[in-house]
Design a protein around this ligand. Structure first.
Ligand code: GDP
Ligand code: MG
Length: 437
């Protein structure tokens, strides 16, 4: 499946410290194959992988986040953008709001009409009226009436008429009379796109002047869904797409291609036959679905929080014995740096990301500290107490800093060591706490 393919693609990157031209190119080839398998059309898949590749090469990769994870997150974000980025609300401010439903036979128009009425009634506090505009199949009128009965929404029908335009207009008049503020017009489909159907629905559009025209398409039809969407959009210039039958493990690739081919937002997805099986379309969730993974962000976070537990235990022991030295200090600094760039790291804390969006955060804050420690001899690092005045001036020279900075670091280190020692010894910590106000 797609996940296996992605896993394989990421394997190419595993164990590599940086995203390079070569491993990205290889990975993107695999991703492209995986996307094609998920019904994304070739042009879209190619444009997408080219874009991700370019962005990936510009990324700053730090060692403890695997390039694969970073790339996964990048792809997830980019896919979401490709599918519109944000949630597109239905335009339902007019009174009455006219919504025209269009699509091929079996796409799920009638079912969606019912679901939408139910959604508007229960979630948007609207009073909808359903209009049965499929005049060719009496069963379609029955079907809509049954659905209306289930959800408690009235259905306008005229079984004597064969004129969808007249029925739609009569339905709108009925809604105005009864104070219903949304009119949902279900229409007839065809097995394939044909001129008769297009002419008829275009005529309904011209007369009813809908505020929303929702094109309903079966996501299981893959590439055909894209072609159908294009044909309907050329003729109707619809305002949004509804992807049905996205329940179970149906792949969402069509969502990606449709959006990029017709450039109209996907507004809803149908996820089952029941009236409640309707979801507002969230691009980021669909991106995760297409990539076949759960919460990518948490995955990346977990990787970044990964500490070597053995190392931590070792450190505990050293602190208890007051053996914490400059080598440990240096490795702590490196741990922090390894986790990623400071701004990205802080940005992962909920609520912080936005706040620091425009703030400059210095990733080089540790540089002078590191260079001072590196200018110490191994003996000095292990025996901080040995660092006397003459050693300090040698270290200052060697590190390109000055005596004051070296003194400051050593003082900070000693203070830190004291505090650490106290907290690693419960009795001492309690004694210290007592002394506090
Ligand atoms: P229409 O010809 O476009 O009006 O399509 P219908 O609304 O009659 O739906 C055709 C079939 O697809 C029916 O059996 C529906 O129950 C089914 N259907 C519609 N939407 C969904 C969906 O989101 N998930 C599933 N599993 N079935 C759906
Ligand atoms: Mg129908």
């Amino acid at each position: 499946n797609l996940q296996d393919k992605l896993d394989r693609a990421f394997k190419v990157l595993k164990g590599q410290g940086s995203i390079t031209e070569i491993n990205v190119a290889e990975t993107m080839k695999e991703i492209r194959k995986a996307l094609l398998d998920a019904d994304v059309n070739y042009k879209t898949a190619k444009a997408f992988t080219d874009d991700v590749k370019e962005k990936a090469l510009g990324l700053n990769v730090l060692t403890s986040i695997s390039p694969g994870q970073l790339l996964t997150k990048l792809m997830n974000d980019e896919l979401a953008v490709l599918m519109g980025g944000t949630v597109e609300e239905l335009n339902i401010s007019a009174n009455p709001t006219i919504i025209l439903i269009a699509g091929l036979n079996g796409a799920g128009k009638t079912t969606f009409s019912g679901k939408l009425a139910n959604y508007l009634l229960t979630k948007k506090n609207k009073k909808p009226l359903l209009v049965a505009g499929d005049v060719y199949r009496p069963a379609a009128i029955d079907q809509l009436e049954v659905l209306g009965g289930q959800i408690g929404v009235p259905v306008y029908t005229d079984r004597t008429s064969k004129d969808p335009v007249a029925i739609a207009m009569a339905g709108i008049a009925e809604a105005k009379k009864n104070g219903q503020n949304v009119v949902i017009i279900d229409t007839a489909g065809r097995l394939a796109i044909d001129e008769g159907l297009m002419k008829e629905i275009a005529e309904v559009k011209a007369q009813t002047k809908p505020h929303e025209i929702l094109f309903v398409v079966d996501s299981m039809t893959g590439q055909d869904a894209v072609n159908t969407a294009k044909a309907f959009n050329d003729r109707l210039d619809f305002s949004g797409v509804v992807l049905t039958k996205l329940d179970g493990d149906t792949r969402g690739g069509a969502a990606l291609s449709i959006k990029s081919v017709v450039n109209k937002p996907i507004k809803f997805i149908g996820t089952g036959e029941k009236m409640e099986a309707l979801d507002v379309f969230y691009p980021d969730r669909m991106a995760s679905r297409i990539l076949g993974m759960g919460d990518v962000v948490s995955l990346v976070e977990r990787a970044q929080m990964q500490f070597d537990e053995k190392e931590a235990a070792e450190l505990q022991k050293k602190i208890r014995k007051n053996k914490f030295d400059f080598n440990d200090f240096l490795s702590q600094i490196q741990q922090i740096k390894k986790m990623g760039n400071m701004k990205d790291l802080m940005g992962m804390i909920p609520g912080v990301g936005k706040a620091i969006k425009d703030v400059e955060i210095d990733d080089n804050a540790f540089t002078p500290i590191e260079s001072i420690i590196r200018s110490m001899t191994p003996y000095e690092r292990e025996n901080p107490d040995s660092i006397n005045q003459s050693r300090r001036s040698r270290i200052a020279n060697g590190s390109g800093t000055n005596i004051a900075e070296v003194n400051k670091l050593i003082k900070q280190f000693e203070d830190m060591r004291k505090v650490m020692k106290q907290f690693s010894n419960p009795a001492a910590a309690a004694k210290m706490m007592k002394g506090m106000p």
